[in-house]
Design a protein around this ligand. Structure first.
Ligand SMILES: [Fe+2]
Ligand SMILES: [Fe+2]
Length: 345
């Protein structure tokens, strides 16, 4: 479940993360600083409601996030007279401490789960990921810039979901509810995150790899659909066009505020091989970073286990065998380390 934590004190963010992650996908935002993207889940507001400016900022946020049903306000006990103010701003619940907030979140999550049981609809977190991808792709289509916040939202959701339910449920849901490029990007990110969690990466590093995976094929937003969704193999000319997507992705992202050099490197170089036979720059192994090596393994594996219009999805054992046989192209020790995450039952 997504928890968008809105505060006027950035110093409070680490404690909230420590209390709620990885069970919940926490997207922290400082009031008045960054745009908020939270299609569902819970909005948690922890700010000083005595400040007129804060109250105005919160009113604006509440207007933007009208679609979110649950709006939890943290009002510290000694400021209990502000509870009425919280409800006037649109709170659906008020808590007095992080501990209380945690138990209220557990309740909300159980209620959402109960409401979803028996319905043949995707879980909310899955819909959120789809919406965030759609927002990024439509921004590119209409010439607007992508918000890094959307990529962070998807990545945080995926990390929370895989930490809680493992990779299998994730793969099943993605294949059931998403198609084409979105399906591919969600699968690559899920696989990369499961890989990073399995080899005990720090949460910071899981997120670094996750963001790179979420954005790795964003350049495909500019590849004609006739090529992207072609129900058959691409001819050499179409293949040349398709092979432009890493550079297009790099160009689309390079000026976005907050984007890291390593994410840009991963977007541009995820089709490079250690033996220099990849594209677009035919890099040699010393020029290929560890992050890119991990991403490339996850990307190839995801592509193999996807169903394509011209071939059925490959069983995971078979896909892993193909990776293992790509001598000289992928880092052998990483492919070996990937085995457990790839084949986890
Ligand atoms: Fe790609
Ligand atoms: Fe890819």
């Amino acid at each position: 479940m997504l928890v968008c934590y809105l505060t006027d004190e950035p110093g409070k963010i680490p404690a909230i993360r420590a209390a709620l992650e990885p069970r919940y996908a926490v997207v922290p935002r400082v009031l008045g600083q960054e745009p908020i993207f939270a299609p569902s889940g819970v909005l948690m507001v922890d700010a000083d409601l005595r400040e007129g400016e804060r109250v105005e900022q919160i009113k604006n946020v509440m207007r933007d996030l009208d679609a979110i049903n649950e709006k939890l306000f943290v009002v510290h006990r000694h400021l209990h007279h502000l509870v009425a103010q919280a409800y006037a701003l649109g709170a659906t619940g008020v808590v007095h401490s992080v501990k209380q907030a945690t138990s209220r979140l557990t309740q909300i999550e159980a209620e959402i789960r109960a409401a979803e049981t028996g319905l043949d609809s995707p879980p909310t977190w899955m819909t959120d990921c789809g919406k965030a991808f759609a927002a990024m792709y439509s921004a590119i289509g209409s010439g607007k810039t992508i918000h890094l916040a959307d990529a962070e939202t998807v990545t945080t959701q995926i990390i929370a979901s895989i930490s809680q339910n493992g990779l299998n449920g994730w793969l099943d849901n993605v294949r059931k509810y998403h198609e084409g490029t979105f399906q591919h990007c969600l699968l690559v990110t899920g696989i990369a995150v499961a890989f990073a969690l399995d080899i005990k990466f720090t949460s910071q590093d899981v997120k670094r790899l996750g963001i790179a995976a979420t954005l790795h094929d964003i350049g495909k937003a500019r590849i004609p659909l006739s090529i992207l969704d072609k129900p058959g193999r691409l001819n050499p000319k179409e293949e040349d066009i398709m092979k432009q997507h890493p550079l297009i992705g790099y160009d689309l992202l390079k000026d976005i505020p907050g984007i890291s050099i390593e994410t840009l490197d991963a977007v541009k170089h995820h089709h490079e091989y250690l033996d220099g036979s990849g594209y677009p720059d035919a890099l040699a192994s010393p020029q290929i970073s560890d992050l890119v090596r991990l991403l490339t393994i996850s990307d190839i594996f995801a592509a193999l286990i996807e169903a394509r219009p011209y071939r059925a999805a490959m069983p995971r054992e078979e896909a892993y065998k193909i990776l293992s046989d790509m001598n000289g192209k992928l880092e052998t020790s990483l492919v070996k380390a990937f085995r457990r995450a790839a084949l986890a039952a």
